[in-house]
Ligand binder design. Structure first.
Ligand SMILES: [Zn+2]
Ligand SMILES: [Zn+2]
Length: 349
C-alpha cells in the first residue's frame, strides 16, 4: 500500500481564492479504484469557477476539496477488483463518474447518468501528487507528450460537439474561442472542414489563437460584420453547421442567423440566462436542427479523440500556451483568469 503524505491544491473554505497547497495523506484505494501518480495536470474553466467562487461553485462545492479533473498519470496501485490495469500503466480519465445502473447508463448514455458525480467537483480531484479514481473511468494512453493527454477532457467536449454535426467538406462556424472553441477549430480542420469561421468577441489574444489553430477566418463579433463575411465566403448560403461554445444568448442567435436553411447547431456552452427566439422563423421554417451536447460519450468520444491525436493531423500546440511546474499553480491560475491563455499545463516534476 502506498502511504505517506502528498502535496495537493485544496479549496480550503467558501469564498474567492481560498486555495492553498497543503500536505495531506495519500488517499486510500477502494476495491474498484486505482491510485494514479500524476505526471501532468491541466487547469479547466471549471477550476476557475471554483477559485472565483461564482454562484454555481457556491451551490455545488463543499470545501475542503482537492480540485482539478484533467490529468495524465501512471497507475501506482489497483484495488482488489481491478484486473485490467497494472502498476505503470499510463492513464487519463473521464471525470464524469456514472452509476452504471440507471436508464441512461444502461442505454449507452452514461454521460448523462442520473446520479452523475464529477471528481474534482463532488469528490476529491487530481490537483495532487496522487489521486484515487474509479478504475472504470481510466483509459490507457499511448506515448505522446503528457501535455496532450492531460487535456483530453476539454478536447473530448470539442470532439463530441464537432461529430454531432456534419463537418468534413462543410462550412463551419465556431462561436466562442475559449480553449474548447479553439480545440473545436483544430478538430474541424483536422477532419477536413471546407472553411472554418472562428468567432470571438473582444479577446484579441484568443481570436489570434483561433487563426493559429487553423481557422480560415478568425473574427470578432464586436468589430467585424460577421454575417456579411460568412455569406460572402459560403457561396451566399451561410455555414452548414454552427458550434456554440459561449453560453451567451446572443451567440446562439447569431449561430442560427449565419447558418443555411437545413443546417445544424450544436450547443456546448452553458447558459446562465434564458434564450428568447422566434421559433417559427429561426427554427421551424429554417428547418434547423438544434442539438444539446454534454460531456463525452463513454467511451466512444475517447477512442475517436485518441485516434485523431495519433493520426498526426490534429494540431494542439497553439492551444497549450502555458507549461509550468505544479508548484507554480498560482501563476497558472492567474494566467487562466487573465483570459490571455489557452490551456495551462502543470508538470509534477
Ligand atoms: Zn475540464
Ligand atoms: Zn447512471
Amino acid at each position: 500500500m502506498t502511504e505517506g503524505k502528498m502535496k495537493a491544491i485544496l479549496k480550503t473554505a467558501p469564498g474567492h481564492g481560498m486555495t492553498e497547497m497543503q500536505e495531506v495523506p495519500i488517499p486510500k484505494v477502494g476495491p474498484n479504484d486505482a491510485l494514479v501518480k500524476m505526471e501532468a495536470v491541466s487547469i479547466c474553466g471549471t477550476d476557475v469557477h471554483i477559485y472565483e467562487w461564482d454562484d454555481w461553485a457556491a451551490n455545488r462545492i463543499k470545501p475542503p476539496l482537492i480540485y482539478g479533473h484533467e490529468f495524465c498519470g501512471f497507475v501506482e496501485e489497483v484495488g482488489s477488483n481491478v484486473h485490467w490495469l497494472k502498476k505503470g500503466d499510463r492513464v487519463s480519465g473521464e471525470c464524469h463518474v456514472h452509476c452504471g445502473q440507471c436508464f441512461q447508463c444502461r442505454t449507452g448514455n452514461a454521460h448523462i447518468c442520473e446520479r452523475m458525480k464529477i471528481f474534482g467537483v463532488d469528490t476529491a480531484g487530481i490537483f495532487a501528487e496522487y489521486a484515487s479514481l474509479p478504475a472504470a473511468n481510466l483509459l490507457i494512453n499511448g506515448d505522446l507528450d503528457a501535455k496532450y493527454y492531460s487535456i483530453q477532457d476539454p478536447l473530448g467536449n470539442a470532439v463530441h460537439t464537432v461529430f454531432a454535426t456534419d463537418v468534413p467538406g462543410r462550412f463551419v462556424a465556431v462561436l466562442g474561442l475559449g480553449p474548447i472553441g479553439l480545440m473545436s477549430v483544430a478538430v474541424c480542420k483536422a477532419i477536413g472542414a471546407a472553411k472554418v469561421f472562428g468567432i470571438g468577441r473582444k479577446n484579441k489574444y484568443r481570436i489570434n489563437l483561433g487563426k493559429e489553430c487553423g481557422a480560415d477566418f478568425a473574427l470578432s463579433s464586436l468589430d467585424d460584420d460577421v454575417e456579411r463575411i460568412i455569406l460572402e465566403n459560403t457561396e451566399g448560403r451561410g455555414v452548414d453547421a454552427s458550434l456554440e461554445m459561449t453560453g451567451n444568448p446572443n451567440a446562439i442567435t447569431m449561430g442560427i442567423d449565419i447558418m443555411r436553411p437545413g443546417g445544424t447547431i450544436a450547443l456546448l456552452g452553458v447558459f446562465a440566462s434564458d434564450w428568447t427566439v422566434n421559433v417559427s422563423e429561426k427554427i421551424i421554417f429554417k428547418y434547423a436542427t438544434i442539438k444539446g451536447i454534454n460531456g463525452r460519450l463513454m467511451f466512444d468520444t475517447w477512442y475517436r479523440m485518441r485516434g485523431l491525436m495519433e493520426s498526426g493531423s490534429l494540431n494542439l500546440d497553439p492551444i497549450i500556451t502555458h507549461e509550468m511546474k505544479f508548484d507554480q499553480f498560482d501563476e497558472g491560475m492567474a494566467a487562466m483568469r487573465s483570459g490571455n491563455s489557452g490551456k495551462v499545463v502543470l508538470y509534477m516534476e
